[in-house]
Design a protein around this ligand. Structure first.
Ligand code: F6P
Length: 544
């Protein structure tokens, strides 16, 4: 497809269909078809995806799938997996799927799966050396703590997974994550640590990122103050696609783990960027995570579009964003261990698809990525759900939960899941005027009070949700869940005709910060910016 998808016949048919769909009632759709759940839910491995609480009928889904065909999604999926340069602006493939592939994949005449396997075996050896104490600090003491210094894709993925799978973690080493250039972050983490027993992993694809390098230099100074410069060097490992820069920083060659420019930062947790995950939960569990993702890859690659879970999720997103005008998407994990999933998906979806220019260079005339936000249930219920239920915006939401918990606290899991099921039901079905009235009457409220409260107590319903149920939060299921979101993001980028794998939008702020830094350090008042920026800088300089 080239040109705007809005010109495609399926898009136009969806626009017509939307005129009817805007009046869909989920109550009616469920009442009309008792088999709606069976029809509109799918399983990949052990994970259940229920999309029956969406404002769709067979016809809607048929038109959405037709749109995917007219956007040539099957061809794009094939191109993604076979190493075509789908990242057009950077002239690169996006081969994160190779990081969990079983079969050889050739790129420029090389079997890159073999390179991945070599990297994995180096990671395994490194982990074993750290656990056994063979690889130890300069004072001969085993590493008790590992600090990952990285930001964005070099931080969010490993941090999210390490926290999510904390119940699989070995007692040592303890993992910490530092990302923010705000010294309070690193200083806070260092407070509890001992230089002799701390290992730092500097994770940066480019080895060029200001925040990461500033934190790595400060970590090195903290080590050197106690252990000397030579001693400090033994306390570093690096993960990067720029190994020369890591060596120049002072990391020993045998502690530099390479990955490749065909792995995007926000898709990199399956590469050596996952070293903190492997150190925490072991290589077997890291491999299980990868193989869960691999299972989702096979599903995405081979399932027909109408039964393809990431494709359907992507299309449902497009349905609300482009036809109902939804500007936000909520991610609501009913599992405390997944509390960082919204944050992880913010980078994945908003950095990938927060674009206003198509692959062909033309500006879009339709909406692309929504604002992704969320929080762990049930906390979100007591913060922003009011707006989900009764606000003026339509905000589709993903509800994610596990059938089994891994704690022994009696009653909690049933309470949690009762809330999980209740929320999607309430969002879908709402509460009618008659129901609200009857409820108040049952409570014996005077008629005058009922009349006053009635408009406030009615819930419109028809708020669409996807329910995702995992059997348990184990590595394999988590891997599949993350890969599901990666592929959903890609499927949407294809519909929108944009490149999901670049991120030029983060460049401008970085460039300006570089230019500004000397001005903050100098004594002369700032005068080269707009009046607001000059005023703010000068206020800062007089008040620091
Ligand atoms: O925010 C821009 C970005 O390039 C992300 O895409 C990336 O994950 C992050 O910065 C960190 O980059 P690096 O791994 O090169 O330090």
């Amino acid at each position: 497809m080239s040109g705007s998808p809005t010109r495609l016949p399926a898009w136009q048919a969806l626009q017509d269909h939307h005129r009817i769909a805007a009046g869909f009632s989920l109550r009616e759709l469920f009442a009309r078809d008792p088999r709606r759940f069976d029809k509109f839910s799918l399983q990949c491995g052990d994970i259940l995806f229920d999309y029956s609480k969406h404002l769709v009928t067979d016809e809607t889904l048929h038109l959405l799938v037709e749109l995917a065909h007219q956007c040539e999604l099957p061809g794009w999926i094939a191109r993604l997996f076979t190493g075509d340069k789908v990242n057009t602006t950077e002239g690169r493939p996006a081969l994160h799927t190779v990081l969990r592939a079983q079969e050889p994949v050739m790129l420029d005449g090389q079997n890159i799966v073999a390179e991945v396997e070599h990297m994995l075996s180096r990671m395994e050896r490194f982990c074993e050396e750290v656990w056994s104490g063979v690889r130890c600090g300069s004072a001969g003491r085993a590493f008790s703590d590992v600090v990952n210094i990285g930001i964005g894709g070099s931080d969010l993925g490993p941090m999210f997974v390490t926290e999510a799978l904390a119940s699989y973690a070995r007692p040592r080493p303890r993992l910490h994550f530092v990302s923010n250039v705000d010294g309070a972050h690193l200083a806070g983490v260092l407070q509890g640590l001992t230089p002799e027993t701390t290992l730092f992993i500097v994770a940066s694809k480019t080895f060029f990122t200001l925040e990461t390098l500033a934190n790595a230099r400060s970590a090195r100074a903290w080590l050197a103050a106690k252990l000397g410069a030579d001693g400090a060097a033994r306390h570093f490992a690096a993960v990067t696609a720029n190994p020369a820069a890591a060596r120049e920083f002072g990391v020993a060659t045998d502690a530099v783990f390479e990955f490749w420019d065909w792995v995007g930062g926000r898709y990199s947790l399956w590469s050596a960027i996952g070293l903190p995950i492997a150190l925490a939960i072991g290589m077997d569990n890291f491999n299980a995570l990868r193989s869960g993702a691999g299972e989702m890859d096979l599903h995405f690659r081979h399932a027909p579009l109408e039964r393809n879970i990431p494709v359907l999720a992507g299309l449902l997103g497009v349905w609300y964003i482009d036809f109902f005008g939804a500007a936000a998407h909520a991610v609501l994990p009913y599992d405390q261990r997944l509390k960082r999933l919204p944050e992880y998906l913010q980078q994945l979806e908003m950095e990938s698809n927060g674009k206003r220019v198509r692959r062909d260079g033309a500006e879009v005339d339709y909406a692309t990525a929504p604002v992704v936000f969320g929080a762990a249930g049930t906390n979100g219920q007591h913060a922003f759900y009011q707006l989900l239920h009764q606000g003026t915006q339509l905000i589709p939401a993903d509800f994610i939960a596990c059938c089994r918990s891994d704690h022994q606290l009696a009653g909690h899991h049933a309470l949690l899941l009762a809330n999980y099921f209740a929320q999607t039901e309430a969002l879908a079905l709402g509460k009618t005027t008659a129901e609200a009235e009857a409820e108040m009457r049952r409570r014996g409220m005077p008629e005058i009070r009922i009349a006053a409260l009635l408009p406030h107590r009615v819930f419109g319903g028809n708020r669409p949700t996807t329910s995702i149920l995992l059997p348990r939060l184990e590595p394999r299921a988590l891997g599949a869940l993350i890969a599901f979101y990666e592929h959903k993001t890609f499927a949407q980028s294809v519909i929108w005709g944009i490149n999901a794998f670049d991120q030029w939008g983060v460049e401008l702020g970085k460039q300006l910060a570089d230019r500004l830094l000397p001005e903050l350090e100098g004594v002369a008042p700032a005068s080269s910016h707009d009046a607001s920026t000059n005023g703010l800088i000068n206020h800062f300089k007089t008040h620091r």
